[in-house]
Design a protein around this ligand. Sequence first.
Ligand SMILES: *Cc1c(COP(=O)(O)O)cnc(C)c1O
Ligand code: SF4
Length: 344
Amino acid sequence: MNKPPAQAITSRHAHQAAWRVLYARAVTDAAELLRRLDLPLSLLPGARAGSDLFPLRVPEPLLARMRRGDPDDPILRQVLPVDAESAVSTGFSADPVGDLQAMPVPGVLHKYHGRALVIVTGACAVNCRYCFRRQFPYGDAHGGGGRWGEALDYLRRHTSINEVILSGGDPLVLPDGKLAAMVDALAAIPHVRRLRIHSRLPVVLPQRVDAALLRWIQATPLQTVMVLHANHPNELDTAVAEACQRLAGVGVTLLNQSVLLRGVNDDEDSLFSLSERLFAMGVLPYYLHVLDRVQGGAHFLVDEERARQLLERLSRNLPGYLVPRLVREDAGAPYKTLLSPSTG
Ligand SMILES: *Cc1c(COP(=O)(O)O)cnc(C)c1O
Ligand code: SF4
């Protein structure tokens, strides 16, 4: 891939944070979403009921990738609130992955050896209906609002931690000044060598990858990995490809994680094209998660046997490095549980 010259990036974005405007202008009203996509108003009551439980939020650049007039569009399904979210499902809970038990200080999740995850904000650019954090009490849990001191103290005291994961919510909704300060503080901890950023913004709002973001990433001595989150190939347009190219240009290793979702990507063709298209953008598929059993998300569940069959089809048809690891998160486990292909 050709890198865009750094100069071009700077002059194109120097005078505004265009992404901030787009972030603020996200569609949050169900009637507006339906109208913009030429969808029937019969979907409105369900959308209103669902958004009472977890607000609707879609940024414009993502909306632009949805097909008009198609209630089954794979991107729309990820963001449109529906009646089924009100159903109470047995085996589904508010904290399915045991995060509240793994939080030694506010804002730090330390579940796995060598890595700690810092929740720097509860906010996101898009609200994904299946999200396992849809019920999470962010108000009390994230380490923002001047409480990073305690999180940083924890990271300093635990010398086994060599990788810090910025997560949320979505860490890249924070202003660059705040992120740069956080990353400087992390780089000053001798045992921290790697920075990982878990973000959906380069996909749903690729304008976020602007000169100001690239500047602090390029400046940090920490090796930087970004784990994107795309579930369907339709999410990956030219603007996303260009954002990935800019990130790669400053040395970021790019990975992607997806969630296996009924009616979105639970078919061989979608997953196959997703891997192919990611790689064409310089991104390696990392994880394919089976759904975390969060209350309100049950209608997205793909059973594990079906998940393992899809993995078998992918393994048969793709080079090994384009087959994501199919994983499940079990509360209390020391790593994510790897599922194997099924020929059944
Ligand atoms: C998934 C996860 C990680 C990262 O795990 P990797 O297997 O290294 O990708 C770290 N901390 C928490 C709490 C996680 O849920
Ligand atoms: S944390 Fe990720 S999956 Fe959840 S709503 Fe935010 S962007 Fe979507």
